[in-house]
Structure formats: C-alpha cells, structure tokens
Ligand binder design. Structure first.
Ligand code: BG6
Length: 588
C-alpha cells in the first residue's frame, strides 16, 4: 500500500521473489476505485498469462498469496484470496485454522455457502457474519480471531475502505517501510520487498496492524486491545546476495558457496558458545529440536556430543517433541536448529518448552526470524540467503556450530575451531569442476534406479538419513538411509543385483564395521558407492573425501548434495523447487 499506482504489479513481483519457498497456486486482490479485483489460479506465476492483469490500470492497495495446499486440493477455487458471501471482504492466510470445520458447519446452518474446501474461506465468512451484526470491521476481525484456533498470518481487505488489516499468531509476517511517505510492504519473508527497502518492522504474535491509505501504520495488541508502537529495524541484507549469478540453479550455487560459508560459521562469538556450553553443563536435560534436514543434523549432534564431550543430549523432531514435553521444566535447555527460523513444528516445540520455563537457544540462518526473536540466545550460522528448497550450505554450517558447541562443552573450543578451519580449506580444494564431473558421471550410471540406499555408522548414520532426504527431495528416487549394522535385521532383503548403495565412511572406530556391512551388501549383488578417504576393493565407484576426523559428517554430505543435484537435472526435475515441498513449512 502506498503512493505508487502499481500495487498489483509490485505484489506480483514480490510473489515471484518468494516462489522459491514452494507453492501450487497463487492469487492477488487489488483495490480499484471502490471495488475489489481478484485474480487467482493453479500453477506457477511465471507460467501464467498475466495479460488479464494488464487491464488493471492503477491500484495503490493490493495483496497476493502463494498457496501450499493443506486443506483442500490444488484447485482455482481453493487458491487465495477468499471472499465473504457478498464479495465485500477478502482475505489471504498463511497457517492453519484447526477448528475451521466446526465453525464452517455452524455458518452453513446460518445460510452461508462455501466455494472452497479451505479453512481460510471460513475466516472471511466469519468476519462477514460478525460485521453484519456490529457493522464494525475492526471488532468483527478481533471477534473472529478469538474464535479461530491455530496459527495464522492473515491479511484482510474490504471494498468499502482503503484499509488493509493484518494480524498474526505463529506464522511469519514482516512489514517493510517503503522509501516513500506512507508506503508499506507486507510479506512472510524479506526477499519479497528487499529491492525497495531494508527497513522493517516486525508484527509479533497476537498483534494487529491497520494500514490506511496516506496514513501512518497503526499497531494494536490483540490481548489488551491497546495501541502499541514498533521500532523500525535496518536489515543488513542486500538483494543481490539472493541472486543465482552465473549458476543455473540456486542449489548448485549454494553447494559451491560452501567454499566460504563454513569459515563464516566458524567465526562465532566465542563467549556465546561458552555460555551455551555452560547451559548444557548445568541443564536439567538438553533437547536438540529440528525438522527435515535440521532434524537429521540434531541427531548427528547427539553422536558428536557423546564422542567429543562425553555428554548425553536428547533429540526429537519438532513434530514429535510433544511426546517428550513432560520431561521439560525450569532449568531444562531446548536448542532449536532451523535454516528459516519459521518452521511451525519447531516453533511450537519452542513455545511449549518456554511455557514450561525452559531456556531457549537457537541455531538459525535467518536472523530476522521468529525463532531468533523468541530465543534467549541465538547462534547465527551466517550462511546467507538459502533459496533452494533442499538445504545444503545451511546443513554444513549448522553442523559446524554443533561441533564447536561439543568442543566447547569439552573445554577444547580452540581444538574444535582448528578442526573446522582445516575442514574448510579441504572443502575449498575438494570443490572443483573435475570433482563435480566425477559425480555427474556417477549420476549418469544410477539415474534410472528406482531405489537406492545409504548406510553409515556412528555420526554417519544420521548423515545417511540426511543423504537419503537430499536424494528424495530433488531426484524423486526412493532413497533410504540405514545404520550399517541394522541392514542384516531386515533391509538387506531389499538388495538385489545392481542396487546402488552409498557407504558413508570415516577413518575412525567405525571404519572396519561399516566396510563389513558394505561387504554383506556386495555379496548380494549391491552396487557399492564408497564415500571416504581410501579407495577400497569392494567399491564399484569411489567418491574421495579428505580425512577430516570429527568433521567427517560435514565433508561426507557435500558429494551427496552434488550427486542429488545432477540426478535431478538428468531426470528433468527442478532442483530448486521440487514438487510437493516448501522451503519453510509454516504450517503444522
Ligand atoms: C523443509 C525444507 O521444508 O523444512 C528442508 O525443505 C528443511 O530443507 C526443513 O530441512 C526444515 O526447515 P528449517 O528452515 O526449519 O531448517
């Protein structure tokens, strides 16, 4: 909203900047004179015929949305924005209203008809229901938000005013303060408007913002119904950092950026590391929490703390944490690991732990994220914007911080730093075009495999799980990771002639065991792809990595990232925006 007459094209531009987060349909609403103009459809914005939008001569208020289906199929009807029965109120929503079905059924008994299967349309209708009774839009929205349960970032427009009203509980929403007077950008992530401003204000949970054309923005605390003020923060982010440059895709660009990102991660505030190590030392139980790749990295960290610091650390996926919440109390420590800092399941675990009096630490990439603002102490990985859905550079930087923390817990922080600085220089040498060619050749050999397996022992078992995710996410091959010693207890039945099996090794106490596990597979016809410092006879294909001691989980995953990328390319998949996935899952 602002002085520019092209709000609708600014919104389209902003949605395109957020395409990397993954979606299946999109839509916009813009205010023209005194009517709302809505356009929505299934598919990618970039493929859409935007000619229709060319009819929109000018608009100073507009909103847009990319949908990642949760409730209802991928259809034009389910795409956002959604309107009230009279078309006068329209909303877009990021999150899930958990009690929508109950409210929908009540509204149907009151004569409301629904065009979509979504939880979001219920919000538009419920606002209308209250508005019909009290003719006060603000009160109707506040009433609606007290009745709807779940996480949301909600934006509301109506045809009777030049207002935009936004509110949030749990899902990200950032306000960009434009360079021009009374110019505001609203988005779930900064890249949407970074081209125009790096001045932002954060809307926190249970808060609302009211933006009226040519007026200053106003903030309301929904719990006290009192007006509040907000600080404007300058973000140290430049738009070009989030460009592909000479690379064909963000995924391969971010893989190669690991030549620098690891050293940036190692360059941590030592005092903070020691504070967290001390918290671990004195905690009534420490929990590492993460989802997807971040979850695997947390599991790997439990092995690193056991080996390096002789400490037991608990691990749970964010979505599974509720089963363990009764063990959390005052004095417990929860360390959340997340690239985006917005993953709903991890955020929910933090909220539960906070309620129980635990201390919150977080290892994140997006320093302006909700997790960073929620945690008592934040360890930023400084990997720069990560846009490809499959996490790569954030993965190795998260591991670096956790290795530093383990060494700090053993009071050997300098040793840990040395280990990682050495690993970073090894990665710098390892990442070269010839190395990438070697992995592309392997991809050509195994690109038609229906299934493949990855095994590891010790800390490389969770890395086998991470390797499987990478392959699943972008190549769509059914890949599974196993602890090497577990194969003979079941999965070995899956092996037949030529089945590709990747063996992650490290020159340590696990080496001989994982090789004999590989031998068991070889003798059943498996095609053995060895990842390690030494070329072994049983390998049908060797991927050389330097011996970097306890940093082996970092070095072993990089060739798998490159292999996954080339398998995606050879199988004509989009490595940056894989089907059905999103970069940051802000719904439970
Ligand atoms: C998924 C991403 O949506 O969320 C994964 O595709 C990521 O790459 C997972 O590991 C967790 O995300 P985050 O931002 O909490 O690390």
């Amino acid at each position: 909203m602002g002085p520019k007459n092209s709000a609708h094209s600014l919104v389209i531009e902003g949605l395109k900047k957020l395409e990397y987060r993954g979606y299946d349909s999109w839509g916009i609403a813009c205010k023209q004179a005194d009517k709302l103009c809505i356009y929505k459809q299934v598919g990618k914005i970039s493929d859409a015929k935007l000619s229709l939008l060319k009819e929109i001569k000018e608009s100073r208020i507009a909103m847009g949305h990319t949908r990642w289906a949760t409730h209802g199929g991928v259809t034009d009807f389910n795409a956002h924005p959604h309107c009230s029965i009279d078309g006068k109120i329209t909303v877009i929503h990021n999150g899930i209203f958990e009690n929508y079905q109950k409210i929908k059924n009540e509204l149907i008994t009151k004569g409301y008809e629904f065009k979509s299967e979504t939880d979001t349309e219920v919000a538009a209708q419920l606002i209308h229901y209250h508005y019909e009774k009290n003719k006060d839009l603000m009160k109707s929205i506040q009433q609606t938000l007290t009745e709807l349960e779940g996480r949301y970032a909600l934006v509301i427009m109506n045809d009777e005013s030049n207002q935009m009203i936004v509110a949030r509980r749990g899902s990200p929403l950032i306000i960009g303060v434009g360079p021009e007077k009374h110019e505001y950008f609203l988005a779930s992530d900064v890249p949407a408007f970074l081209k125009y401003t790096n001045q932002v204000m954060y809307l926190d949970d249970e808060q609302m913002a009211i933006i009226e054309l040519d007026q200053n923005i106003k903030f309301i605390d929904l719990q006290t119904n009192k007006e509040i003020t907000k600080r404007t923060i300058t973000l140290d982010l430049k738009e070009e950092e989030a460009q592909k440059g000479e690379f064909a895709h963000f995924m391969i660009k971010e893989i190669w950026e690991q030549k620098d990102t690891l050293l940036r991660a190692v360059n941590q505030d030592k005092h903070k590391l020691k504070v967290v190590a001390n918290l671990i030392e004195n905690a009534f139980g420490t929990y590492l929490i993460g989802c997807g790749t971040a979850g695997k990295i947390c599991l790997a960290a439990t092995y690193l703390f056991a080996k390096i610091a002789k400490k037991h650390i608990n691990f749970a996926y964010g979505s599974e944490f509720p089963s363990f919440k009764d063990f959390i109390k005052e004095g417990s420590l929860l360390i959340s690991v997340s690239q985006s800092g917005e993953t709903a399941d991890t955020l929910e675990a933090m909220e539960v732990a906070k309620e129980k009096g635990a201390t919150l630490a977080t290892i994140i990439n997006v320093e302006s994220s909700t997790m960073a603002r929620m945690a008592d102490i934040t360890l930023p990985i400084k990997a720069g914007p990560e846009k490809a859905v499959a996490s790569t550079k954030a993965t190795t930087s998260q591991l670096a911080i956790l290795i530093l923390l383990a060494y700090a817990s053993a009071d050997q922080l300098d040793l840990g730093e040395q280990l990682l600085i050495n690993a970073a220089s090894q990665i710098n040498d390892m990442l070269n075009p010839r190395y990438e060619d070697h992995l592309r050749e392997l991809a050509l050999k195994i690109m038609n495999a229906e299934s493949m397996y990855i095994i590891g022992k010790g800390v490389n078992y969770p890395m086998a799980l991470e390797a499987a995710i990478k392959l699943q996410e972008v190549s769509y091959i059914h890949a599974e990771g196993f602890a090497g010693g577990e194969l003979k207890h079941g999965p070995l039945a899956l092996i037949s002639k030529g089945t590709p099996v990747i063996v992650l090794t490290a020159k340590d106490e696990t080496y001989s065991d994982i090789l004999s596990n590989a031998m068991e597979i070889k003798s059943r016809g498996g095609y053995i792809i060895g990842v390690g410092p030494i070329n072994e006879d049983i390998y049908d294909y060797w991927i050389k990595v330097p011996d970097v001691g306890n940093a082996s989980p970092i070095i072993n995953i990089i060739p798998i990232q490159i292999l996954s990328y080339h398998l995606a390319i050879l199988r004509n998949n989009d490595p940056d925006k894989p089907r059905n996935l999103a970069k940051s899952v802000t719904v439970k």
